[in-house]
Design a protein around this ligand. Sequence first.
Ligand code: G3P
Ligand code: MG
Length: 242
Amino acid sequence: MKIIAHRGYSGLYPENTMLSFQKAVEAGCDEIELDVQLTKDNVLVIIHDESIKRTTDGEGLVRKYTFAELQKFNAAELQKKEFDFLPIPSFEEYLAWVKTTNVTTNIELKNSKFYYTNLEKKVIDLLTSYEMLDKVMFSSFNHLSMAKCKQLAPEVPCGILTEREIGNAGYYAKSNGMECYHPDITKLTTTVVNNCKKHGILVNAWTVNDMGHLKKLYDWGLSGAITNYPDVCKAFIEKIEG
Ligand code: G3P
Ligand code: MG
């Protein structure tokens, strides 16, 4: 089972920063999950919320700032006070770094509240220029955006993210050309797991910080666990497997 670091090693380090990604690799994760959005001047940046208020010392919408303006805000202080200044990373900075590691990336396109025009194409173009299309997957709560990614880069696996249970999830994902289903662990049932298996859809659940949840996923034979604590999950799985 893949251990996927949610926003990097976000349990101990400021989420979606280069530090949290580096620490996730050191913690032995198989994959990093991160969230991408676009700035006012069309630079791909890694940040979860549409506003910078929760995770930085600034406020306002990501899309209202240029990349240069965003760089002045600290993504460390409000989240975890013990760290020095950490900027919001560009997706390009991330790619240049992750290319030197052996982890894959689950790129979540954050385009449900605001639809960023051509977000899909910009992400795919950058991945193409870094020759990284075979090292990533896409996911989004915006399923139309996933359909668009599939159209532009059919070889890259895509995942349906959902907060609510979709009863016929496997069929829904398969019939929309998707490879994966990414449910909230607290709402996942065996019915859904079996439906996904029947249709050959891989399931990666979030956010798996509780070892009871992780054991359940392991017993169900799921593809991956998206967690804030990658080393804890890795150690737990290694213990089960002896
Ligand atoms: O990819 C799983 C997870 O990241 C989805 O929720 O809100 O943390 O992006 P969120
Ligand atoms: Mg996410």
